[in-house]
Ligand binder design. Structure first.
Ligand code: NAD
Length: 764
């Protein structure tokens, strides 16, 4: 069975978010909510509107809202009858959910899969009164908020769920929706919330016990533990204190454990201080400032960042060192950390066998659902199990059974500890490629401090960036050329360019280097370096084998230019790509300006009456406004990605997808032939100059903006002569000249220096 259409009931935060994600993936959706009073569909429409306006955006492409058909649960249940999977995301109460399932049972096709997005109600409770046939195709699918951005999808089968249904949803969730799947047991709160919320509540209580402040706890429980900057309290503010209360009450009720929240937090909720959505919670926004709650007085005070020599020494250490270091902190900070570690690690060890099928599921749940760099079992291994035992005994906690079963560590030489006490092999996935195991098994073909060439087998190698933020300097460009030589000399099928940083593919060219050479006025060196960069971009396309680039996250400037020149792009869905050079007073001169001009012009060549100025205008606008995509879909709409470029919804699959692309192209690969177009010359240039003058008159462009705009216009029109036929090299030469001229100006140098210092653009 294939999932071709999805139904979602409940168009609130989660339902509308799941619908937006599915539509972004290209899957049509039917979205229903309760009927409204005047307009029968007003509730669903409002829910969908909220998703369209949400920040960060729920849709990867706004236009994809057209894939969502709306309706209400009284008039339109029949619309669900051709859906292959219906997800219930209505109010977190048992009765309405059961009522809905009863209606669905009589309306849906017998093969439709039905799942609940409940955050914690066990499936067996929800399934009371349902037939055996219904139970077979029912399971829990717990998305995290916001569904587009949080990687985790907990899948919760019951003993009755047909294993084929579980496989179908796991596979679809993973490939099409791009989620990280964790199989959880059918228990209250499943894995991530049970442990995550427990940890959060304990942090609040232990803070009170040792008299720490909210600022101190957030400084101690964020990046220092390999967790997000939002740490404990800012995360709670982002989630919503009301949501935290609901989930903890439900957990207390269903588990019988103590999930109670301190009275002062309940007071905040009663006052409507719910966190980010109300502008006030544990933190409060005041103009540009953020104030922190002093929970002892109820007053908000200016933030006091915790800075101590001990913390400073740990700040940039590897995670394992930080984790060991925080447990040795002096004074109340150390006491706080040790107690928090003791109770949360103890709880994790005691509950893991009851809530999960293995320890990896527990680690992934916290990594993907709560943004931890490494999950709790990896954390315990890093701290050392003897230390863990010692801290338990200091806090009078008995050694949990699972810890008794370990030998030295939970993970060891490719094996992991099973709940039965035996060590078993960590399942190796054959459908994804992770670089770490390849590197540790001797698959590195060559490496420098800037890059590595890794053998992906089957005649495909991967060129990995190792520079900070993937910046492209001399060394990396040289290495890339050597890698291209190597592929050719060794008759490999082709090359993938990619790496595994969580956020940034590349911030672009190494500006610090460019600025220092410009300040020495060493124009020959700069000319040669720019030419070398352009030649490398062109080589990606002209090599006698396919080169596939696999960008993700930030892909800027020179990095975007390399991306534009690969034979195919295998992009991750979250792609923030832009030719942003004007921000630092330059124009793209690694082939980016040339490429947009040629690409947009070629698109118009099929039309007899085409006005080629449209292509020039489009490229000019994109570069002059430094337009950046907010997803791969948007990058496609903008023209950064071509029709044949592909999108991996799941980051974990991207390198394997790129390798498959090389192998698909390799057998009959021939490089793209050189291109020519007709440049518009003086006529086109005049039009753009006039537009620039208008911007300046309207106060929308500074004098230097206009200068940059004029250089850009000159390149895009092929100069101020008559219209003429130009090669790619002609425009590359103009690009380079303009780039060097701008680099010679004081204002461009000021822009670069400012950006290097502050990370922000300067409008001078
Ligand atoms: P919400 O309050 O934002 O939205 C619920 C929607 O369901 C509303 O639009 C409401 O009108 C509709 N609804 C209520 N009863 C209905 C019924 N009988 N038939 C059809 N529609 C009905 O809630 P939410 O935050 O989107 O949560 C939805 C589900 O997802 C809950 O089970 C919740 O526990 C779970 N969940 C929430 C989060 C989160 O962070 N908000 C995260 C994971 C899971």
């Amino acid at each position: 069975m294939r999932i071709k259409k999805i139904g979602v009931v409940g168009a609130g935060t989660m339902g509308a978010g799941i619908a937006a994600l599915s539509a972004s993936a290209g899957v049509p959706v039917v979205l229903l909510d309760i009927p409204g009073k005047d307009d029968r569909n007003e509730v669903v429409k409002k829910g969908l509107e909220r998703a369209q306006k949400s920040k960060p955006a729920s849709f990867m492409d706004k236009a994809r809202v057209s894939l969502i058909e709306t309706g209400n649960t009284e008039d339109d249940l029949k619309k669900l009858s051709d859906c292959d999977w219906v997800i219930e995301a209505i109010i977190e109460k048992v009765e309405p959910k059961r009522e809905l399932y009863s209606k669905l049972e009589s309306t849906l096709r017998p093969t439709t899969v039905i799942s609940s997005n409940t955050s914690g109600i066990p499936m067996k409770t929800l399934l009371e009164g349902r037939s055996e046939a219904f139970k077979k195709r029912f399971l829990g699918t717990h998305f995290f908020n916001p569904p587009r951005y949080l990687h985790l999808l907990e899948v919760i089968p019951t003993p009755e769920t047909d294993p084929k249904v579980v496989e179908l949803i796991k596979d679809f969730g993973e490939r099409i929706l791009g989620k990280g799947i964790v199989l959880a047991k059918d228990v209250p709160g499943f894995i991530a919330n049970r442990l995550g919320v427990y940890g959060m509540i304990q942090a609040i209580r232990i803070m009170e016990e040792f008299g720490l402040t909210i600022d101190e706890v957030d400084a101690l429980t964020g990046p220092l533990l390999g967790r997000p900057n939002s740490a404990t309290f800012r995360t709670a503010d982002l989630t919503g204190l009301d949501v935290l209360k609901l989930v903890s009450e439900e957990l207390a009720h269903t588990t019988g454990e103590d999930f109670s929240i301190p009275a002062w937090v309940l007071d905040l909720i009663a006052k409507g201080a719910l966190g980010e959505k109300t502008g006030v919670g544990f933190y409060k926004r005041q103009g540009k400032d953020i104030l922190t709650l002093d929970y002892k007085t109820g007053e908000y005070q200016p933030q006091e960042k915790l800075r101590t020599a001990e913390l400073g020494a740990l700040k940039d250490a590897p995670l394992a060192e930080k984790l060991r270091g925080v447990l040795k902190l002096s004074g109340k900070h150390g006491e706080f950390m040790r107690k928090l570690f003791a109770v949360t690690a103890h709880y994790t060890l005691s509950k893991a066998p009851e809530i999960a099928y293995d320890i990896t599921a527990v680690d992934h749940a916290l990594e993907w659902g709560f943004g931890w760099q490494e999950g709790p079992f990896k954390n315990m291994d890093a701290v050392g199990l003897d230390t863990v035992r010692q801290i338990f005994s200091e806090h009078k906690l008995a050694e949990p059974d699972l810890l008794k079963k370990t030998k030295d560590s939970f993970y060891k030489h490719g094996k992991l500890l099973g709940f039965d006490g035996s060590y078993r092999s960590i399942p190796v996935r054959t459908d994804t490629i992770a670089l770490a195991p390849l590197k540790s098994s001797g698959k590195v073909l060559s490496e420098t401090k800037d890059s590595a060439l890794v053998d992906l087998s089957d005649g495909v190698a991967l060129f990995e960036f190792r520079t900070k933020m993937g910046t492209l300097g001399d060394g990396l460009v040289r290495d890339l050329n050597k890698a291209l030589d190597w592929i050719e000399a060794n008759n490999y099928a082709g090359l993938v360019i990619g790496h595994e940083d969580p956020r940034t593919f590349t911030a672009g060219a190494n500006l610090a280097l460019v600025l220092s050479v410009a300040q020495e006025a060493d124009w020959d060196t700069l000319n040669m370096a720019t030419m070398q960069f352009q030649n490398t971009a062109m080589r990606l396309r002209q090599s006698p084998f396919p080169v596939i680039i696999a960008p993700f996250g930030l892909t800027l400037g020179g990095g975007a230019e390399f991306t534009l020149h690969a034979d195919r792009v295998q992009a991750h869905a979250e792609l923030y790509m832009g030719l942003v050079e004007v921000g630092v007073g330059l124009i793209p001169a690694g082939g980016g300006t040339k490429e947009m001009l040629f690409r947009f012009t070629k698109e118009l060549e099929a039309y007899e009456q085409a006005d080629f100025f449209e292509a020039v205008r489009r490229a000019f606008q994109m570069i002059a406004l430094a337009q950046t995509s907010t997803s791969a879909l948007e990058a496609k709409n903008m023209g950064f990605l071509r029709h044949g470029d592909r999108i991996s919804m799941n980051r974990d699959r991207q390198i394997a997808d790129a390798k498959a692309c090389v192998l698909g192209l390799a057998p009959d690969y021939l490089p793209q032939l050189p291109m020519k177009i007709r440049a518009l010359g003086a006529d086109g240039l005049g039009n753009l100059r006039y537009a620039l003058w208008q911007f300046q008159e309207a106060g929308q462009a500074s004098e230097h903006d206009v200068r940059i705009g004029q250089e850009l216009a000159y390149v895009l029109t092929g100069g101020d002569g008559p219209s003429r036929e130009v090669t790619e090299q002609d425009i590359l030469d103009l690009e380079r000249e303009a780039f060097l001229k701008l680099l010679g100006t004081r204002k461009t140098q000021e822009r670069i220096a400012h950006t290097l210092k502050t990370g922000k653009p300067l409008r001078n």
